[in-house]
Design a protein around this ligand. Structure first.
Ligand code: ZN
Length: 162
């Protein structure tokens, strides 16, 4: 347990934060980027300001490549308020501790972020770009991941795996 880092110091702002405040990066020894998410976004913002035309084209390319996916996800998001689902899940867990069903649900909930991103075909190089495009749909990456988790759970339920 002691060799699993739960905190990390950002190489840019120098603040020690929980690892969830860092983007996953498989090329790093500990699996996380050197910069925290905030610094990563700031860096991205600077890049955006100095390369507006490049960004415009990147976004366009991304949107075209992901048009149907973005539409579908935005629709799913509107239909299924993930906060509510999360809440009722919490209540269910409280009311039904230790159930086999729960274990399956928890397994899905514990699936690492990169695994979900992989299913969504969002690579680490376009995480920030994906965030920007999602923003235009009024959605954050965390919400999208939450929706995908719910989708996996629903799929498992339909196929009798939970
Ligand atoms: Zn930082």
């Amino acid at each position: 347990m002691s060799d699993i880092a739960t905190q990390k110091k950002c190489s840019k702002c120098g603040v020690v934060k929980g690892v969830e405040e860092f983007y996953k990066n498989k090329s790093k020894k500990d699996g996380y980027s050197d910069q925290c998410k905030i610094c990563g976004r700031q860096c991205r913002k600077q890049y955006r300001e100095t390369n507006p035309e490049k960004i415009r084209q990147e976004k366009k390319r991304y949107r075209e490549a992901n048009r149907d996916k973005a539409k579908l996800l935005s629709k799913q998001y509107r239909e299924a308020n993930p906060e509510k689902i999360k809440q009722s899940g919490k209540q269910y867990r409280k009311a039904n501790p230790g159930k086999e069903k729960q274990k399956s649900k928890q397994r899905v909930e514990n699936l690492p972020e990169y695994y979900i991103l992989n299913i969504l075909k969002i690579t680490k190089s376009d995480i920030l770009l994906a965030e920007e495009v999602l923003k235009e749909f009024g959605m954050t990456l965390d919400q999208l991941i939450a929706i995908k988790r719910q989708g996996i759970l629903a799929f498992r339920r339909e196929h009798g795996k939970s």
